[in-house]
Design a protein around this ligand. Sequence first.
Ligand SMILES: [Zn+2]
Length: 151
Amino acid sequence: MAIRNIIKYPEDEETLRKVSKPVTVFDDRLVSLLEDLKDTMHHAKGAGLSAVQVGVLKRVCVVNTGKRHLEFINPVIVKQCGKNKIKEEGCLSIPNVWEEVIRPNKVDVKFQDRFGNCCQETFIGYEAKAICHECDHLDGILFIDRVKNKK
Ligand SMILES: [Zn+2]
């Protein structure tokens, strides 16, 4: 377990904009990555962290809702509904920026766990928002792209 360096916008934008690749091998290296993401997220006091944010272009992310720790490998949002206006959304890769973002209130997510098992689960509210934010990272999308009235 280790705390990794979180890459930042705008200096590392080139990497942050890349589309991450699907995970096909579920091995010890994947477990190490998941553990490091968890440690790094907690250390930075974040609500979520994607592998791309530590420079690893794999479709892996973790979310911390305060109540539970979630891990997603190859996540796909298969259904979304409702609207949730997030007053102050932020990102560990974009320090000190907080903006209003509209997110779905409910999402159905297909993903794999660290062993490669296929899962599907429904998330609402804060969890839904956090998962949407992290899934965006895997496609090179940053939350500032979703701010309606860009300054
Ligand atoms: Zn982020």
